[in-house]
Design a protein around this ligand. Structure first.
Ligand code: FAD
Length: 382
């Protein structure tokens, strides 16, 4: 039996993506990070391999895989290029939002957006955060007002992933309406929808992050997703729970790679006539990472399995997100320490993992917000 309890199908996905990641993704990762450029051709090849479409129905070109299988794919991609692993799940998430929508016109969106996303030709973007509303999503000010058979959207979003990519087909901003909050479909190129130049970041540099503005931006009435007033609960509640399991998988990938490269280095680097792996303080860093990685993987796997079983998984998802992203941060910090000065140099991958890991405890809900959710789920606020 596989020690992680992975099925033969899951192990096959893990092997296939690992092989592709080592051969095709790893070689250009350092350059993409240095130049903050996204690898569009590479993403298309991931599409040919079926990675973006894993979660989607076979009749649409997907492979109907379970949540954990997709998490294993994110993990393997993130081991060699966390920016790509992050872009991947954000890029495909919108296809699910469109498929779940009961709006008129949904059928047309399948050919226009969902199939291209599954093929790896397109990505989507989700926009919630605003300059004055980050963790406190109830404070968002972007407004959608109904005018005849259209909605008119006005407001600004910030730190939005993927929206400025040349293959981004649409963004789904969360807006305030007279009934509460709702998500809307805004196709790329809609008049009044403006995308700023890319924001420069310390980590996840080849992932796209932008500021957006909506200035009298008009979309058809049918572009309201999920029903009037349904937005914030569905996005911030169950929607975020799933994306937190994906972010946890970014973290597991970074931590796993940090452990492997730090261990290999510790066994080969000689100091005081011995491999540094023989020094207990160095062993302590490696052992801490190994134990935390195993524990994090179990939390991530459990959250993914509970989701597949369609059971409540808010607490499990937040525990996995909190633990795996904090583990990635510590693992990268230890890896830099084990590499010594080499670990600080841009040529050494661990310096990139250290910068990349830092964003993960903030994006998709900070660690403090995860603790708040876990406490709430434990009944502390009752
Ligand atoms: C790389 C990256 C990509 C992103 N992509 C997207 C995207 O695609 N779409 C999108 O909508 N957003 C995106 N975000 C934004 C992200 O969701 C927000 O940064 C996050 O929700 C935190 O909001 P904030 O940055 O405004 O921090 P704030 O909410 O201002 O928080 C600042 C600090 O206060 C703490 N804090 C706030 N409230 C509480 C509380 N109640 N209890 C305890 N501590 C608290 C926080 O934990 C944090 O330490 C991205 C962010 C990053 C870094």
């Amino acid at each position: 039996m596989d020690p992680n309890g992975y099925s033969e199908a899951q192990l096959q996905i893990q092997r296939t993506v690992r092989d592709f990641a080592r051969k095709e993704i790893a070689p250009g990762a350092e350059e993409r990070d240095r130049t903050a450029q996204f690898g569009y051709a590479l993403y298309r090849r991931m599409g040919d391999l079926g990675i973006p479409g894993m979660l989607y129905p076979t009749e649409l070109g997907g492979s109907d895989a379970d949540t954990l299988s997709f998490c294993l794919a994110i993990e393997e991609v993130s081991r060699v290029d966390a920016s790509l692993g992050f872009t991947l799940w954000i890029g495909v998430q919108g296809a699910g939002t469109l498929l779940r929508s009961a709006a008129d016109g949904r059928e047309g969106w399948i050919d226009q957006y969902v199939r291209p996303i599954i093929r790896g030709e397109m990505v989507g973007a989700g926009a919630i955060t605003e300059p004055d509303a980050g963790s406190d999503t109830a404070a968002i000010r972007t407004r959608a007002v109904a005018h005849g058979d259209e909605w008119v959207i006005d407001g600004a979003k910030i730190y939005i992933s993927n929206a400025g990519m040349e293959n981004c087909g649409f963004v789904t901003p969360l807006c305030r309406t007279e009934d509460g909050f709702a998500l809307f479909l805004v196709p790329a190129g809609t008049p009044g929808y403006h995308i700023s130049p890319p924001l420069r970041k310390m980590g996840l540099r080849s992932a796209d992050t932008r500021e957006l503005s909506f200035d009298g931006c008009r979309v058809p009435a049918a572009h309201l997703l999920g029903g009037r007033g349904s937005g914030r609960a569905s996005v911030v509640g169950s929607g975020f729970a799933l994306t937190r399991v994906y972010t946890a998988s970014n973290g597991v990938g970074i931590a796993a790679e940090c452990l492997d490269v730090a261990l290999a280095h510790a066994r080969s680097r000689i100091a005081f006539k011995r491999p540094i792996a023989q020094f207990q303080y160095v062993q302590g860093m490696l052992v801490d990472t190994a134990v935390e990685l195993e524990a994090g993987r179990m939390l991530r796997d459990r959250a993914a399995r509970v989701h597949t079983e369609r059971l409540p998984f808010t607490k499990e998802a937040s525990m996995a997100k909190l633990y795996c992203t904090e583990t990635a941060k510590r693992a990268a910090d230890h890896a830099v320490q084990v590499f010594g000065a080499m670990g600080v140099m841009d040529e050494t991958p661990v310096s990139r993992y250290y910068r990349d890991a830092r964003a993960l405890t903030i994006a998709e809900g900070t660690s403090e917000i995860q603790k708040h959710i876990i406490a709430r789920e434990m009944g502390c606020l009752a």
